[in-house]
Design a protein around this ligand. Structure first.
Ligand SMILES: [Zn+2]
Length: 233
């Protein structure tokens, strides 16, 4: 009798756990809790993304390299840096690259009040739109990719995509050479990959050098480059 009771309890627990897990998966899908890491496509296309700019001279140098190879990328910019270097935003628009939002002050967004989260997102959107960004829905990436369910929910309410990555270049590691950065990206990309690099936050000359190698090598392997929005279409 005792075993039967325990078995019943165990079965009830398993069923409850199953429903809770299903509900959790549904909710995370609806609110895109984890964000988008890559596009589901068999095509050899990749999106290069740069965080933490605009930041001269590196953003400018990257734009020149991308242009030289006929490649488009996506720049997740910080509002505060846009205020310091507003002239770079129209430059990015003119060249056909995509602008996206990387918060206003690059503060950790984990477990912060809703007001703070919304203002960090809206302030940067406003700056981007004032400088000519026409997109209805500007994509968002939180600082360090740190997100939690409330942020994901707010973004879905604001009709914004939460963009993460599946290939981390680790260009922020000071010991990594330009070659290390390039090889890490080249060895890890696959169809639909989103690559994260940085055009701001310090000396990014290694990222600039790595970008040229990445673009040249991947183009020779048959890869095309798209902005995040084009990749996810
Ligand atoms: Zn960042």
């Amino acid at each position: 009798m005792r075993i039967g009771k325990n078995l019943k309890k165990f079965l009830l627990f398993t069923v409850a756990l199953f429903f809770a897990a299903t509900l959790f998966i549904k909710v995370t899908k609806i609110y895109n809790f984890f964000g988008i890491n890559r596009a589901d496509t068999p095509e050899k296309v990749v999106a290069l993304t740069y965080d933490d700019g605009p930041y001269p001279p590196y953003t400018n140098q990257l734009l020149d390299i991308l242009d030289r190879y006929g490649v488009k990328a996506t720049f997740f910019e910080i509002g505060r840096n846009i205020e310091k270097h507003p002239e770079i935003v129209p430059m990015i628009i003119t060249r056909g690259d995509e602008l996206a939002n990387h918060s206003y002050s690059h503060k950790d967004m984990m477990f912060k009040p809703n007001d703070f989260l919304v203002s960090e997102i809206e302030k940067t959107d406003k700056l981007l739109k004032e400088l000519g960004v026409k997109q209805d829905s500007i994509s968002f990436r939180p600082p360090w990719g740190r997100r939690f369910v409330v942020l994901s929910y707010l973004l879905s309410q604001m009709h914004k995509k939460l963009i993460m990555w599946d290939v981390d270049s680790q260009d922020y590691e000071s010991t990594h050479t330009a070659e290390d950065i390039a090889n890490r990206v080249i060895d890890n990309v696959r169809s639909g990959s989103i690559v994260v690099m940085h055009d701001g936050g310090g000396d990014r000359s290694k990222t600039v050098a790595a970008t040229e190698t990445i673009v040249k090598t991947l183009q020779s392997k048959g890869y095309a480059f798209k902005t995040v929005s084009e990749l996810l279409k």
